[in-house]
Unconditional design. Sequence first.
Length: 65
Amino acid sequence: MTIRLADPVRDAARVAEIYRPAVDDSHVSFEIVAPDAAEMATRMSKVLDRTPWLVAEEDGRVVGY
C-alpha cells in the first residue's frame, strides 16, 4: 500500500465513490446528497491549497483517503 498526495483530477471519482455509502447508507455524514466526482474534485482542490489530502493506493487503485 502506498500513501500519496491526492490528485483531484485523477482521484476525485474514486474518493466520491468511497464516500458515497457514508452519506447514502448511514448517519455518519450530515450531507443529504453524496457529492459527485466534480464536487469532490472542487473540495479536494480547496483543501490542497492549505493542507495535504492523502489517498491510500493499492495495486494502482485508491482504497482510502
